[in-house]
Design a protein around this ligand. Structure first.
Ligand SMILES: [Zn+2]
Length: 447
């Protein structure tokens, strides 16, 4: 295990009496992340993405068997040529030719292997450069600084299971107070919030569903959450209901970003706009429609396709991510033309389809309720096991009324068509994946 991994996973296991004083010291700041990180951060917006793209493609044709076989002798000089000459790949293609994607003489000692997560399907094994953290951290921190964050401590509610006797763990180097997402209850939420307050922690870093659950429990107990400055929401999309509650009811800002384990594309929002600002120097980002044509227009939905700028051990070029988005038709008031902007990102398309009785589909985005109903519920999840039947799981709160039920029935009937059967199911808890992640739609039809 190298030092970075030790710091990430082992250090928090130290007892709190040892880590608390270290946390308070806060002398490390950016130094913690190393020289490479510092260098990337200093030059983060420098350089020409088109040149970086051509460099990695030409490097790969010369040094990686998979690309050499297909493009031998080709050298590209522009994005236009890239679009014309280079084909798309996806996870299946990479898995089928895994060995050929390894660059000649790649020094595996300076690499780590990671597997892509994902809620279904086979994981993809990736070879990544050891400095992968430095690269993605630098871009992530650059965007967090937009919100005034400067290596401040964060409360973390993600996928950690804590030993029974510990209410929280501390990572003094990464400045994290780590809570147990699997133990969230009213008393535990109260304790977490209290702990945040004691340590003066103003940043909450969580899965959107975990942040929502935690903050709802605080809200229900009339606890003061106004000291929380920012919710950093990653790894899942933020649903409309979650956004409404956090931004409009609690008045806490949200930073959410799109990233994926292949580490090819990164984009996040800023305090002035909820659009995702594409980080052009992180990797090359494209949107492609079902016909395989590159999308340049706003509003047309397509698949996100990414190309690495930094991984010379196992470079992925024009890799279809399986995630979907569209370009925004407006831009951020502050960042203006410096960025291209994406509307929110949807997870793997096949996972978010809802089937009507006639076999046609609708998507989760189409089922966007209005604010008032969100105020009356503490959770919402869809389930589908049969075409034309939709179960709407609802956690009611005390302001929920018969009127809301009627509204929900009508709304979903309208969206699903007259022949559809809508079941409203009242539950105390929504269903989570074994890895602790939340899916807004649980469907047996999408596999
Ligand atoms: Zn902006």
């Amino acid at each position: 295990m190298n030092l970075a991994d030790y710091i990430k996973t082992e250090l928090p296991k130290w007892p709190n009496w040892l880590t608390v004083p270290l946390l308070k010291l806060n002398v490390f700041g950016p130094l913690v992340y190393g020289k490479e990180y510092k260098k990337i951060l200093t030059h983060i917006d420098d350089g020409d993405p088109e040149k970086k793209l051509c460099d990695i493609v030409n490097f790969s044709i010369a040094n990686v068997p998979y690309y050499r076989k297909r493009y031998k002798g080709l050298s590209i000089r522009s994005i236009a040529e890239f679009e014309r000459e280079i084909n798309f790949i996806d996870k299946d293609e990479v898995m089928a030719h895994w060995d050929e994607f390894q660059a000649d003489g790649a020094n595996l000692l300076r690499s780590v292997t990671g597997t892509t997560g994902g809620t279904s399907g086979k994981p993809l094994k990736l070879v990544l450069p050891q400095n992968r953290y430095a690269h993605s951290m630098a871009f992530w921190h650059k965007e967090l600084e937009w919100f005034g964050w400067h290596y401040d401590a964060r409360a973390v509610i993600r996928n950690h299971h804590l030993p029974e006797k510990r209410n929280y763990m501390i990572n003094p180097i990464l400045r994290e107070i780590i809570f147990d997402a699997f133990r969230m209850s009213a008393p535990y939420a109260k304790r977490c919030l209290h702990t945040m307050k004691i340590y003066g922690v103003k940043y909450l870093h969580a899965y959107p569903s975990a942040a929502y659950q935690f903050l709802k429990l605080c809200h229900r107990q009339s606890l003061d959450t106004s000291f929380i400055r920012l919710c950093i929401l990653t790894s899942e999309g933020v649903t409309n209901e979650q956004r409404f509650f956090i931004e409009n009811e609690l008045h806490i800002k949200i930073y959410s970003s799109y990233g994926h384990s292949e580490k090819l594309i990164m984009a996040g929002n800023c305090p002035h706009s909820s659009l995702y600002h594409i980080e052009e120097n992180y990797g090359y980002c494209e949107l492609v429609n079902t016909a395989g044509k590159v999308i340049k227009n706003a509003r047309e939905a397509g698949e996100l396709v990414g190309t690495t700028f930094i991984n010379r051990l196992m470079p992925l070029i024009r890799y279809r991510t399986g995630d979907f988005s569209s370009y925004a038709d407006s831009s951020c008031n502050v960042h203006g033309k410096k960025y291209r902007y994406l509307n929110g990102v949807q997870g793997r398309r096949e996972k978010s389809l809802i089937y009507k009785a006639d076999g046609t589909t609708t998507s989760l985005t189409a089922l966007n309720l209005h604010g008032k109903v969100y105020e009356h519920i503490d959770g919402l999840q869809y389930a589908q096991t049969k075409k034309g039947e939709l179960t709407v799981r609802i956690i009611r709160n005390e302001s929920f009324s018969a009127e809301d039920e009627l509204f929900l029935l009508h709304f979903h009937q309208e969206a699903m068509g007259a022949e559809a059967k809508i079941n409203i199911q009242y539950v105390d808890r929504l269903e989570y994946q074994p890895n602790g992640k939340f899916l807004p739609l649980i469907s047996t039809l999408n596999n």
